[in-house]
Structures are given as C-alpha cells and as structure tokens.
Design a protein around this ligand. Structure first.
Ligand code: HGY
Ligand code: MN
Ligand code: MN
Length: 406
C-alpha cells in the first residue's frame, strides 16, 4: 500500500471522526445526526470511486464494485458505522473504510474484479442506543428486529430509522436489500491486548464468543434520606449493589473466563437526599461455551429473584443474545497462507468482542482479520492503532479479496 493510499485512509478516518457531538470520543449512535453525516459520506466516497450504491430499509449502505463477468458471485467485506457512547475512532469504522481502501487499491492495480466486490457499512452493531444489537446484519440476513423498541428518550426505532434512511437517498442511490454474498470478510481492531502484547501484526479469528445482555430492575420505596430510620428502608440502590456483588462472585466462581460487566445503571429519582425507589442496571456476559452462559443465566434469575425484603422486588429480562460462532476454516487457512506470504507476524485467536461476522456466519462463509489495539483499549476515546498496523490489515484484506474476486 502506497503512502498516498495510507494518507487517503487516514484522511477518510479523520473526516468521519470529525463529525462530533459535544461528548468526548465518538458518539455515532445509530440514526443520530453524526451517524447520518457519516453514512452519507461513505456513500459519496462510493460514488466518487465508481461503486454502485444501495441502501436498505435499516440504512445499511452496500457499495458494489461490479464484476466484469456475468458471475452472480458477490464477495463482501465491511463492518458497522455506529459506535458506543464516548467510543473510539476505529471500532467498526476501520472495517468500513479499510474495506473501501482495499477495493480501491485492487481496482487501481488490477482493474475491475471478475466477480462483484461489495463493501457493506452496517447501520448498527453496538446496541448502544436501542435495546438490541447487530440490527444491520440481522436485517440483511433475514432475522427479525423489533421495530417498536425505544431508546432511553422514548424514540421508537422505526421512527428514527425512517427519518435517517430518508436522508441517505442521495441521487443515484438504489433503495433495496441486495442478495447475500458468497463470502464475508470483516476487518476490525482486536479491541484487546493479545496482539499488541505479543508483538503481533495480524490476528486471524477462529471464533467469536457468545454474549447475552440483560436489564435488572429493582423496585423499593423512595423516601426521605433524613427522617427514614435505617432499619425501615426499602432502598433499591443498596439492594442493587448487593445483587451486583453477588452476581460478580457467582460469575467468577462459575468460570474464570466468563466476562461479567455492569456498564449502565439508572437510579431514580437520582437525588442526593432521596432513598432510591427504582434502580435498573445492565448485565453483559460472554463466554466461548454456550453451556456456561446457560448456567450463568440460571444463576442470574436465582440471585435476582430471591426475595430480600418485604418491600423490595427485583426482576431480570434478557434483551440480546448472540451464540458462540465458529468462523469458516477454509477462509481462515487461506488468510493464514496469505499473511505468511506477506510476512506479517500473526496468531489465530477467538474474539472476546461481538461482531457482525457472527450474524453473517449464519448465512455465508465468514472470516475476520484483526489488527492490534494500542494498550488493548477499545470502546473509549483512547482507542488507537498504529498507521503501520492499519496498513497491514488493509494489505491482507486486499490479498484476500483479490484471491476470491479476480
Ligand atoms: O460489544 C462488543 O463486543 C462489540 O464491540 N459491539
Ligand atoms: Mn465493532
Ligand atoms: Mn464495539
């Protein structure tokens, strides 16, 4: 990859990461104004580079570099354009723009491919605005998504979706859901410490952990902080704290590599001189063994639903689940040969992060390529990857796509 091409990639990453809110980090939550700006920009670059562009009902953009033969085979790459709140510059976006760069490089060097190359910019993967994850790849692969679900401000997914998609109808954009591809390769940052700590340049992903997300609701009685005796309180927050400690202990006793995270909590009325009457908190748990997730789910219900106080009740509901996913062995082996030929230091590893690839793998041959995350940090403004490593990922992806489409 030439310096110019690197500059192009750096420029495009920077352009989209400049679409800011007043929050720290990246806040491209699905269908937000920064999200619309970013997806419109991807579409514009697509047209500039000679792609045909279509957008589906969920706002996922499909950029096709059509093949020179009559083959109906479509070779796809891509990732998601949305971010978590206060997220980083590379999660998702690197797979979209790195994929664009890889195809641009191939066309510059070899002309158009024999088989169509498709870059996919999925509308949403994170589940950071609405209570569901992977809505873009789920829609593309025919899985049902609840259009009536609401964000914390009470805005319905379907309403936000319609408004945002209307803004993507630039001249020349086709509004359709394309056929599924013959294969899907996702370029992504590792979002963890293994590559950077091992002095490695590439991670070839063998499998993706299963993950489940829940919301626990604890109902007590709001009351005066000063006049209510300590032995006569139905304090929802104290109960929530006890539950979180008990759940964390249960997770670590069940299996050391079962990840357990409480990332979001809402306290009501969230006022310093009022005993909280209502608390909700989320649970994100992951493991590469489905049976462990089942066992932990049983423990979650057992712990949360055990009565603790006559005036306190607690309940739990699961709102997202994705299974442990094994990725395509042959594509993995092909990538291993390509990366060895390119001379990059690599390792095969399972992903602790969820990805659209685990949805795509249900319907087509799927593989993933990781590049290192500096200090292993992700889902934070400090998320970073060196330019050299960004290049290595794009070079390997280009070799992978060349092998499949030329
Ligand atoms: O949460 C995840 O694993 C992914 O980054 N969405
Ligand atoms: Mn991601
Ligand atoms: Mn993410």
């Amino acid at each position: 990859m030439t310096t110019t091409q690197l500059t192009q990639l750096a420029h495009r990453l920077d352009t989209i990461n400049q679409f800011k809110t007043n929050e720290v980090g990246q806040n491209r939550l699905v269908y937000s104004p920064t999200w619309v700006e970013a997806q419109r920009q991807v579409i514009k670059w697509g047209f500039e580079l000679g792609f045909q562009v279509s957008v589906d009902d969920f706002g996922t953009a499909y950029l096709d570099m059509s093949g020179t033969t009559t083959s109906k085979t479509v070779i796809a790459t891509g990732s998601h354009i949305d971010t978590v709140a206060q997220g980083g510059k590379y999660d998702g976006l690197y797979g979209v723009l790195g994929g664009l760069q890889a195809i641009e490089n191939l066309v510059a060097k070899f002309g158009r491919p024999k088989k169509t190359l498709r870059l996919i910019s999925f509308n949403e993967e994170e589940g950071s605005r609405f209570p569901d994850t992977f809505t873009g790849s789920k829609h593309y692969t025919g899985q049902r998504v609840d259009l009536t679900m609401k964000d914390p401000a009470g805005i319905q997914f379907d309403d936000a979706r319609k408004h945002a998609v209307a803004e993507l109808k630039l001249p020349g954009v086709r509004h359709e859901l394309p056929d599924l591809p013959t294969s899907f390769t996702e370029l992504h940052i590792e979002q963890g410490p293994r590559l950077i700590d091992g002095g490695l340049q590439i991670g070839l992903v063998t499998a993706i952990v299963g993950q489940r997300r829940y919301t626990v609701t604890v109902r007590g009685i709001a009351n005066h902080a000063g006049t209510t005796p300590m032995n006569d309180r139905a304090d929802a927050l104290q109960r929530a704290v006890d539950l979180i400690v008990a759940l964390r202990n249960a997770a670590s006793q069940l299996k050391s590599d079962l990840t357990f995270t409480v990332g979001k909590m809402h306290v009501s009325p969230n006022t310093s001189n009022v005993i909280p009457g209502l608390v909700t908190f989320t649970i994100d748990c992951r493991n590469n063994d489905e049976a462990v997730l089942d066992q932990f789910e049983h423990l979650i219900h057992q712990i949360v639903e055990t009565p603790s106080h006559a005036k306190i009740s607690s309940s739990v509901n699961r709102w997202a689940e994705s299974n442990v996913t094994h990725l395509d062995d042959q594509l993995l082996e092909n990538n291993q040969q390509l990366v060895d030929h390119l001379g990059f230091k690599s390792v095969q590893l399972a992903s602790g992060a969820g990805h659209d690839s685990q949805i795509m793998a249900k319907v087509t041959r799927t593989t993933m390529i990781f590049v290192p995350s500096i200090n292993g940090i992700s889902h934070a403004p400090e998320e970073n990857t060196s330019e050299a490593d960004l290049l290595h990922g794009v070079e390997l992806l280009a070799a992978n796509l060349h092998q499949q489409a030329y």
